[in-house]
Design a protein. Structure first.
Length: 157
């Protein structure tokens, strides 16, 4: 009887430590932040950034994140395509007559995070191609995008 009691305690201990809740408790989103800097006074007076519309043919839903950083600049955070090395972003404003397009070329790497979370995508931005309708220039401040570190591109209008 004493022996079976110890076996029971050992089996309960192993089963308690081997159980998982099958819930992913880790961050799985790799986000690229676009920061908008309007240098053209005419665009500022028109409320260009306040009326921005940003979309992509790849997205089936709306923008994921939008906020202001410590310096008060507007930025938008979104995920790049995990299925393609190219992500297309279209930027327009209700006060604008034309639109600008960003084409972001990346290298992707699939990384196994855990059984519960599955795979995540790590990105490295190679190149950003863009039109010059309202965009004056761009600057890639952070080209590596992981779950722990957001990428960052500054757009100057």
């Amino acid at each position: 009887m004493k022996f079976s009691k110890y076996i029971f305690i050992i089996l309960v201990s192993f089963s308690a430590f081997s159980c998982s809740d099958d819930v992913c408790n880790e961050e799985t989103k790799s986000t690229l932040n676009l920061t908008f800097n309007v240098k053209d006074e005419a665009l500022t007076d028109l409320g260009f950034v306040d009326n921005l519309s940003i979309y992509s043919p790849e997205w089936t839903d709306s923008i994921h994140f939008s906020d202001e950083n410590e310096s008060g600049d507007s930025f938008l955070g979104f995920m790049l395509s995990p299925y393609s090395d190219t992500s297309e972003i279209i930027i327009t404003s209700t006060t604008a007559t034309e639109q600008d397009t960003l084409i972001i070329l990346t290298q992707r790497e699939q990384i196994f995070l855990s059984k519960e979370c599955g795979f995540i995508t790590k990105f490295l931005i190679d190149t950003v191609l863009y039109t010059l309708n309202y965009i004056d220039s761009i600057e890639i401040n952070e080209d590596e995008i992981t779950t722990a570190k957001n990428g960052e591109i500054q757009l100057y209008f």
